[in-house]
Design a protein around this ligand. Structure first.
Ligand SMILES: NC(=O)c1ccc[n+]([C@@H]2O[C@H](COP(=O)([O-])OP(=O)(O)OC[C@H]3O[C@@H](n4cnc5c(N)ncnc54)[C@H](O)[C@@H]3O)[C@@H](O)[C@H]2O)c1
Length: 250
């Protein structure tokens, strides 16, 4: 097992990519703290893990709230004894409009969840990872953090920010044996893309816009996260790994 003896926090652990990764982490031997703003789906992830004999707890968390993030980390370490892995994965899309039509509130909401949420996770997890003698952080960026797309200005900016936060934290904490990497998923079959699926004109184009000509599954992303969290990635830090079927090169 690749993560035996490790404790991991996964934000957005009730959603598509977060849930798949939480289940995979547990199968690889990790004790998992599932954090999500939505208690119903977060608890469901925990039930799936326990059903398979894994160890997990749910902690209701809003990643934009620093008290909530501190409580998430405190509860995880008091329950499991230490923290070794943080998957900063919670995120939202923005309503698709041109920048001049994007409400300021909407900009703030997307930047707060997608970018400030990652910053707060890093800020409060690092001291615990240092105490544990090192660890791994994986942040969820996006293909749209590496490539501009019309009508998603806040999302584009937030996910590009995640790439730089990743490099920054990798540089600041490498000496403490903490590796910090990001994943950049392309179009993955989760609830976040439901509105695209409903768009009969755009979906046939969006769903094939990569080298492989299909969308990805949450499990395909989870495989990459397990790798980056594990010792197999021991010399990889500051990287952003595309998990996009070749979407960036398309
Ligand atoms: N699915 C894709 O095509 C795709 C592509 C690139 C990047 N991503 C990114 O992957 C990550 C996971 O998304 P997903 O595709 O699994 O979608 P999802 O909607 O299934 O999961 C997102 C999860 O984040 C949670 N969340 C939202 N706001 C939160 C908050 N303030 N605090 C805590 N939790 C909160 C949601 O409840 C949900 O469980 C996101 O960061 C998303 O931007 C997804």
């Amino acid at each position: 097992m690749k993560l035996a003896g490790k404790t991991a926090i996964i934000t957005g652990g009730g959603g598509g990519i977060g849930r798949s990764t939480a289940v995979r982490f547990a199968k690889e031997g990790a004790r998992v703290a599932v954090a999500d703003i939505d208690a119903a789906i977060g608890e469901e992830t925990v039930s799936l893990i326990k059903r398979d004999g894994g160890e997990a707890i749910f902690i209701k968390t809003d990643v934009t709230d620093s008290d909530g993030i501190r409580a998430l980390i405190d509860t995880t370490t008091s329950t499991f004894g230490a923290l070794h892995i943080l998957f900063n994965n919670a995120g939202v899309g923005n309503s698709e409009v041109r920048s001049v039509d994007l409400a300021e509130d909407e900009w703030d909401r997307v930047i707060d969840i997608n970018l400030k949420g990652v910053f707060l996770g890093i800020k409060y997890a690092i001291p615990e990872l240092i105490k544990a003698g090192g660890g791994a952080i994986i942040n969820t960026s996006s293909l749209l953090g590496l490539k501009g797309q019309k009508y998603v200005s806040a999302y584009n900016a937030s996910k590009a920010g995640v790439v730089m936060l990743t490099q920054n934290a990798a540089l600041e904490y490498g000496k403490h044996n903490i590796r910090v990497n990001a994943i950049a998923p392309g179009v993955i079959d989760t609830p976040i893309i439901e509105h695209w699926k409903q768009n009969e004109r755009k979906w046939p184009i969006i769903s094939r816009a990569n080298a492989l000509g299909r969308i990805g599954t949450p499990d395909e992303v989870a495989n990459a996260v397990v790798f980056l969290a594990s010792d197999e990635a021991s010399f990889i830090t500051g990287a952003t790994l595309s998990v996009d079927g070749g979407g960036l090169t398309f």
